[in-house]
Design a protein around this ligand. Structure first.
Ligand code: GLP
Length: 242
């Protein structure tokens, strides 16, 4: 595992975007695994900058998003489909047909999960997977549990996750209680993982995830087993990582 520390959030965002940009420059047909939440917003801004400056094209790139809320329409402002459109896709030259996000509105979410895995299998593997970290150690929406799942599946969100994400909705009641997420097996299949963690409130959980025991009770701890794990932290989040 390689841990990179940054003095400012902006420096971290530029470095993370630079790694994605370099990959796409060398492999224009790269398969990127993308994440949502507050953490990647600045990274996506930097990717848009790189595109606008003519440094990179996303025309041949394929993307897979980690997760999506169940029962939110893709046009709902808090859906991850909407988020991705607003924060990245609408501003670059990626082809709509190369974008993959689980459909949280599918009539049969289990069938949707299977179909998502089939598409992932078709491309083989994700070249570079971006990951944020939940306060309870979740990755994607893989919540702490006695057992974790390999492939894409439907999850019931932990109360802590619902509370954490309530800031994006009008009230806690509006936060969906279920989601579809890629499984830890699919995440770990990526060639390279980039875990990005920002802020003092994540210092303890990132320490537990990377230095604590490998346990399903902290899904991010499984990342320790990956041979190419790149961790980008700001000073606050990296405080306990020695
Ligand atoms: C969300 C997402 C995760 C994200 C995490 C942290 O619920 N499902 O993919 O990484 O929680 O979010 P944030 O970056 O807003 O702290």
């Amino acid at each position: 595992m390689n841990i990179l520390r940054f003095q400012t959030e902006q420096l971290l965002n530029e470095a993370a975007a630079g790694i994605f940009t370099a990959l796409v420059q060398t492999n224009p047909r790269a398969v990127l695994g993308l994440a949502t939440g507050g953490t990647p917003v600045g990274i996506y801004k930097e990717l848009i900058n790189a595109y606008e400056q003519g440094k990179v094209s996303f025309k041949e790139v394929t993307t897979f998003n980690l997760d999506e809320y169940a029962n939110l329409d893709a046009n709902h402002e808090q859906s991850y489909a909407y988020y991705m459109r607003e924060k990245l896709f609408a501003h670059v030259d990626i082809q709509q047909s190369n974008i993959h996000i689980p459909n949280g509105k599918a009539a049969d979410l289990h069938a949707e999960s299977k179909a998502y895995d089939a598409k992932l299998n078709e491309v083989g593997h994700i070249d570079l997977q971006l990951l944020g970290l939940g306060h309870n150690g979740h990755i994607g929406f893989n919540e702490p549990a006695d057992h974790l799942q390999n492939g894409t599946h439907v999850v019931t969100l932990a109360e802590e996750t619902i509370q954490a994400n309530a800031r994006f909705f009008n009230s806690t009641d509006e936060v969906p209680k279920e989601a579809i997420t890629m499984g830890v097996g699919s995440i770990l299949k990526a060639h390279t993982l980039m875990l990005v963690v920002k802020g003092a409130d994540k210092a303890e959980i990132v320490h537990r995830a990377l230095r604590g025991p490998i346990t399903t009770q902290c899904p991010a701890s499984l990342l320790q087993t990956h041979p190419r794990l790149l961790v980008l932290v700001d000073e606050e989040a990296g405080r306990l990582l020695v």
